[in-house]
Design a protein around this ligand. Structure first.
Ligand code: PHE
Length: 453
C-alpha cells in the first residue's frame, strides 16, 4: 500500500484569508489595475470595478469556495466527486492547466520585478529592454524566483504557504502605506488625485464597463483552481462567507491604493497616465530617478511587486501539486519539484521571447501580439473567463445552487439569524446571480475578448 498523506488544513482562519488575499493580490492589482484605470478614465473605472467586484466576482469566488470545501479536493477531484466520469472533467482539467501555463510567463515578469529591486537600489542604469534581453540576467531571475516559490509550496500548506503569507502580506501592506504617503506628499500630487478620484461620467461606455468587469474577474484569482484548492484546506467549522468578504475587501483596498501610489507620482512629474503595460517598468523607473531618495523608494516599490507576484505564484503552484498528491498519490516533494520543473520548461520561450532570441522576439501572434501577450491572452483572458463561466454553470445548475449554499452556510452564524429575512434574501440573490447573471456577464467578457483581439 502506498503511503497516503493526511490532507492538509490551514492552521487558522487568518492564515486562509491572508493566503487567499495573497493569491488575489498580484501583478494584476499593482500593474494592470493602474494602467487600465489610466486608459479608461480614472475614477469612473474605479467605481465600476468596485461594484462589479462585489456584485459579480465575489459570488463566483463563493461558488469555488463551496466546491473546494464540500469535496475537500483539488479542482479535478472536486468535479469528479460531484459528477464522476462526466464531460465536466474538462473544467477540472482546465482549472489545473491554466495556473501552470499562467505561471510559466507570470514568474518571468515576477523575476524582472525581483531583479529591479537590486537594479534600482544600486542605481544601475541599464534600459529595460536590454535588461530583459540579457540571457544571464533573465534566465537566472526566472529560475531563482521560481525555485523560491517551489520551496514554499514544498514546505506544505501550514508550514509553507500559510507561514509565508503571514510574513509577506503584512510587509506588503506596510510597503503600500509608506509608498502611498510618499507619493501623495509630492508637490503637484493633487492633479493625480483629481484624475483618479473625480468621476467624469462622460467617459462611461460599454468598453469601460467590460474592461472593469474583466479586471474585477482577474483580480480575485477565480477560474484558476486556486480558490477551490485553498478552500479545500478550510475546516467545516470556519466561516467562509466572512473570509471571502475580507479577501475581497483587502484586494479592493490594495488595488485602490496602488492608484494612490501611481497617479499622484505620475502627475507630479508630468508623465502620461495611459502609458500601457510599460507604465511600471519604464515610466515609473524614470520617475524614481527624478525623486529624492528615488532608489530607496523604487526598490521598495519593486519589492512590493515581487511579494505580490510571489504569493500569487505559490497559489498557482499549489493547484497542480494538490492534484498530484490527491489523485496521483505522489509525495509533496515530488509533486512540488515536478511541477516546478514543468513550469520552468514551459517558461523558457517566455524568457527567450523578450529579446534574447531575435526570431521569437519579433514573432507576432493573433493580430500583432508579442509572445508573452499572446500567452496571457490565451490563458489569462480566454482560459480564465471560460473556466469561471463553466464553473458557475456547474455549481448553479449541475451540482445545484441549493447544495452549494448549504455548504457555504456551514460555520457561518449569519444564516442562524432571522433578522429581517436578510440571510434568506442574500441566499436567494446569490443563487440567482450564480445561475443567471454571472454566466451572462462572464460570457460577455469572453466574447468581447475574442472579438476585440
Ligand atoms: N489575481 C492575480 C493577479 O492579479 C492572479 C492573476 C494572474 C489573475 C493572471 C489573472 C491573470 O495578479
Amino acid at each position: 500500500m502506498p503511503k497516503v498523506e493526511q490532507r492538509s488544513q490551514w492552521g487558522s482562519k487568518l492564515g486562509f484569508i491572508l493566503a487567499a488575499a495573497g493569491s488575489a493580490i498580484g501583478l494584476g492589482s499593482l500593474w494592470r489595475f493602474p494602467y487600465m484605470a489610466g486608459e479608461s478614465g480614472g475614477a469612473v473605472f474605479l467605481l465600476l470595478y468596485l461594484a462589479l467586484l462585489v456584485l459579480l466576482v465575489l459570488p463566483c469566488m463563493f461558488s469555488e469556495f463551496a466546491l473546494g470545501r464540500f469535496t475537500g479536493k483539488n479542482p479535478l477531484g472536486a468535479i469528479e466527486a460531484i459528477r464522476p466520469k462526466s464531460a465536466w472533467r474538462v473544467v477540472g482539467l482546465l482549472s489545473i492547466l491554466i495556473p501552470v501555463f499562467v505561471t510559466s510567463y507570470y514568474a518571468v515578469i515576477g523575476g524582472w520585478a525581483f531583479g529591479y529591486i537590486f537594479k534600482i537600489l544600486f542605481k544601475n542604469t541599464m534600459p529595460f529592454d536590454k535588461f530583459i534581453a540579457d540571457p544571464l540576467i533573465a534566465s537566472s531571475l526566472f529560475s531563482v524566483f521560481l525555485v523560491l516559490n517551489v520551496l514554499v509550496v514544498y514546505k506544505g500548506v501550514e508550514g509553507g504557504i500559510e507561514r509565508c503569507s503571514k510574513m509577506l502580506m503584512p510587509l506588503l501592506f506596510v510597503l503600500m502605506a509608506v509608498l502611498a504617503v510618499r507619493s501623495l506628499t509630492l508637490p503637484g500630487a493633487h492633479k493625480g488625485l483629481v484624475f483618479y478620484l473625480q468621476p467624469d461620467f462622460s467617459k462611461l461606455n460599454g468598453r469601460v464597463v467590460l474592461n472593469a468587469l474583466g479586471q474585477a474577474l482577474f483580480s480575485l484569482s477565480v477560474g484558476m483552481g486556486a480558490m477551490i484548492t485553498y478552500a479545500s484546506y478550510v475546516s467545516k467549522k470556519q466561516n467562509m462567507l466572512s473570509a471571502g468578504g475580507y479577501v475581497t475587501l483587502v484586494t479592493a483596498i490594495v488595488a485602490f491604493t496602488s492608484g494612490l501610489i501611481i497617479f499622484p507620482a505620475l502627475f507630479a512629474f508630468g508623465e502620461d497616465p495611459a502609458a500601457g503595460p510599460q507604465l511600471v517598468f519604464i515610466v515609473l523607473v524614470d520617475l524614481f530617478a527624478k525623486m529624492p531618495f528615488g532608489n530607496i523608494v523604487g526598490a521598495a516599490f519593486f519589492l512590493l511587486m515581487s511579494i505580490a507576484a510571489f504569493t500569487t505564484i505559490i497559489s498557482f503552484l499549489e493547484v497542480p501539486v494538490s492534484y498530484l498528491i490527491d489523485e496521483r498519490r505522489l509525495s509533496r516533494a515530488t509533486a512540488a519539484w515536478g511541477t516546478g520543473a514543468a513550469v520552468f520548461i514551459l517558461g523558457i520561450p517566455s524568457v527567450l521571447a523578450s529579446g534574447i532570441n531575435p526570431a521569437l522576439t519579433r514573432m507576432r501572434f493573433f493580430g500583432g501580439k508579442s509572445y508573452i501577450d499572446w500567452r496571457d491572452f490565451l490563458w489569462g483572458t480566454v482560459g480564465i473567463s471560460l473556466c469561471v463561466l463553466l464553473i458557475s454553470i456547474f455549481v448553479g445548475w449541475v451540482w445545484g445552487a441549493d447544495k452549494a449554499l448549504t455548504e457555504l452556510k456551514q460555520g457561518s452564524k449569519f444564516f442562524d439569524k432571522r433578522f429581517l429575512c436578510l440571510p434568506v434574501t442574500c441566499g436567494s440573490i446569490w443563487k440567482f446571480f450564480i445561475r443567471y447573471i454571472c454566466p451572462l456577464a462572464i460570457a460577455a467578457v469572453l466574447i468581447d475578448g475574442l472579438i476585440t483581439h
